[in-house]
Write a protein of this length. Structure first.
Length: 460
């Protein structure tokens, strides 16, 4: 008899193979489908906006009590080339007209709006800043180099008038103005209380308070072709206005001025309440200095709590009207060692930034400021998204083209994974402090920031 499985080992292997084949056929047809692998949800990167960067960076070209002796206009002449090279586009000049304090005046005690240093009155011919000839030379030179010029306009109050009796107040006061220019003579009729209004929104100290509803005042401020606004614009070449102490009078005054002559318009509404500042901007149809943001920068960096930057400033509610700054001639509260971080913020955030003369020329690292100015003009574009916030870290993303990610850090060396608008892209820290990184397919990258510093990443 023939036995095919004489070799037991071979027989055992044969039976095992047969069992596996039958089991696979039987059980494979009858078992329930296996559970599929979980689906990994990948968050797509946000789409970049087409908004380009704003190229405007402005310089406050003075500080409180600049060098007297009539040399300031000539001194500014020597700065124009370096400011142009740095990317500065506009200059806010100090008050150009003669004040009651003559050669000592910073201009905020206005007497003769048309004396630019050519009339011998108030104890001097030149203003604190120089002569009319030197002013005109500066204005012409700055214009030839492409700078826009911002005039400081003080129209809430006047100073230096002679005594006269007012039947409206029943008192004698310094309201008789007969400037040597022969322009904009004033009397008690032009100040509060007048035959038109008893008062307006506010006074400044004890100085006579202009009544902006009097025809003579409106005419000389902005209606007449030879009045202040139109002369400063058409004859002197100013492109815009910084309105001093706008809390002191109705926002309709600025609105009427701008309607009559146009130009860049910036109000000094000195207040940390963003709602009040924005309401003024809407009523005046004007921009304003972003005091709410400045106070937030102070609280964030001086107070070591970067969460104070969340939702802070006019830049959040009305960025096109926000003129941002770190310090100026009136307020300089951010500690010197925190100022570069504060400038990094306003030069990467929305709004139109101002650089303060003293910060740029004597206090801070000018090369680092120039780098930040370049970043603002070439990278800082589009709306803003907060990516991370803590007491020691704050990260924002600008969503325009090309856009950026700005990282602020008041702690030790750190890094954090954030989502950018770029996929599989090499990013560079444009401050030069940190190495390049590459985003993944979802736009994520781990970016670094040195201790007590800032970093600004964008596509390389």
């Amino acid at each position: 008899m023939f036995y095919p499985f004489v070799n037991c080992a071979k027989a055992k292997r044969f039976l095992i193979v047969c069992f596996l084949i039958v089991s696979t056929l039987f059980f494979g047809c009858s078992k329930k489908p296996s559970t599929p692998d979980p689906i990994v949800v990948v968050t797509p990167p946000p789409s970049a906006e087409s908004t380009p960067p704003s190229t405007e960076v402005m310089m406050q070209a003075f500080y409180w009590d600049v060098t007297s002796g009539g040399i300031w206009w000539d001194s500014l002449q020597t700065r124009l080339n370096s400011w142009k090279s740095a990317g500065i586009t506009a200059l806010w000049l100090p008050v150009i007209s003669k004040g009651q304090s003559g050669g000592y005046s910073m201009g905020y005690d206005p007497y003769d709006y048309f004396d630019f240093g050519q009339y011998n009155q108030m104890g001097t011919t030149e203003t604190r800043f120089g002569s009319k000839t030197e002013l005109i030379s500066l204005l012409n030179n700055a214009k030839s180099k492409g700078f826009k010029l911002i005039a400081d306009i003080v129209i809430n109050h006047n100073s230096g008038g002679d005594l006269e009796f007012s039947p409206y107040s029943g008192k004698t006061y310094y309201t008789k103005f007969t400037p040597m220019s022969g322009k904009f003579n004033r009397s008690y009729e032009d100040f509060h209380p007048s035959g038109v209004d008893a008062n307006d929104e506010g006074t400044f100290g004890s100085m006579p308070d202009l009544c902006h509803n009097v025809a003579n005042v409106k005419d000389w401020l902005y209606k007449r072709p030879d009045g202040i606004a139109k002369y400063y614009k058409d004859s002197l070449g100013f492109d815009g206005w910084r309105f001093d102490y706008v809390k002191g009078y109705n926002p309709g005054v600025v609105k009427a001025w701008d309607s009559a002559v146009g130009g860049i318009s910036i109000g000094e509404f000195y207040d940390g309440n963003v709602t009040l500042v924005n309401n003024w901007c809407i009523a005046a149809n004007s921009g304003a200095f972003d005091f709410p943001l400045m106070f937030a920068l102070k609280d964030a960096f001086n107070g070591n709590n970067l969460t104070k930057l969340e939702g802070a400033g006019l830049i959040v509610v009305n960025p096109s009207k926000a003129y941002t700054f770190v310090s100026n001639h009136d307020v300089d509260d951010i500690f010197a060692w925190n100022k570069l971080k504060a400038y990094a913020y306003i030069l990467t955030a929305e709004g139109t930034p101002f650089i303060f003369y003293k910060d740029y020329e004597s206090l801070l690292d000018q090369a680092k400021l120039n780098t930040l100015i370049s970043i603002h003009k070439t990278l800082a574009a589009g709306s803003t998204t907060k990516l991370f916030s803590s007491t020691t870290e704050y990260i924002l993303r600008r969503n325009g083209t090309p856009g950026l990610v700005a990282y602020f850090n008041t702690g030790t060396d750190t890094e954090r994974k954030v989502q950018t608008v770029w996929v599989n892209t090499v990013l560079k820290d444009y401050t030069g402090a940190n190495p390049d990184v590459t985003t993944d397919g979802s736009g994520y990258a781990t970016i670094a920031c040195k201790a007590n510093s800032y970093a600004v990443y964008s596509r390389k």
